[in-house]
Every structure is written in C-alpha cells, then in structure tokens.
Write a new protein. Structure first.
Length: 97
C-alpha cells in the first residue's frame, strides 16, 4: 500500500482507485451483455443459484481482504439488479433479430 504524505495525495489516490473501480464495473457490464448471447430465455438470466454463488464468492473475498462483507453484499445486490436488467434488454435485442 502506498504511503501518502498529504491529504491531497490521499484524495488523489482515492480518485484514481474510484476510476479503476468504474472501469471494472464497465468491463463487468460488457461481460454480462455477452452472457445474454448464451441464454435461451429471460428466466435463465436471473437464476437464484448463480446469484447465490456470486454472493458467496464476494462475501468470502471481502472477508479475506478485510472488507465488510455486509458492505460488499449490498454493493453487489444493487449492481446485480441493474446488470440483470441490462442482460434482459440485451437478450431481447439479440433474439428479436
């Protein structure tokens, strides 16, 4: 971890990390859109089994990194809800052609 020597430097580092997080979210969304190409129905898009698997992985990863698992799960719930809607829209666009 980088040792900062001023509040401005800390804030700059936080901004850079936020940019990286946003880039990773965008990459994840692109992968979600690709996943729609392999699905056969809207019902197949939001499966409890897959969501549970993702949440278990995230909870475990948070614990290993010293991050609040509750925070991580809440973030992912919101992200998954949004991305499921994106995937459904992508699925409908692909299957309407």
């Amino acid at each position: 971890m980088k040792k900062c020597s001023s509040l401005e430097e800390v804030r700059s580092e936080i901004d850079a990390i936020d940019d990286q997080i946003m880039e990773l979210i965008a990459k994840r969304k692109d992968m979600v859109k690709q996943a729609a190409n392999f699905k056969h129905s809207v019902e197949e898009i939001k499966t409890d089994e897959r969501i549970d698997h993702v949440m278990d992985r995230i909870r475990h990863k948070a614990l290993t990194l010293g991050v609040s698992p509750n925070l991580a799960v809440e973030i992912y719930k919101k992200m998954i809800d949004d991305m499921v809607e994106t995937e459904i829209a992508q699925f409908r666009n692909v299957t309407n052609f």
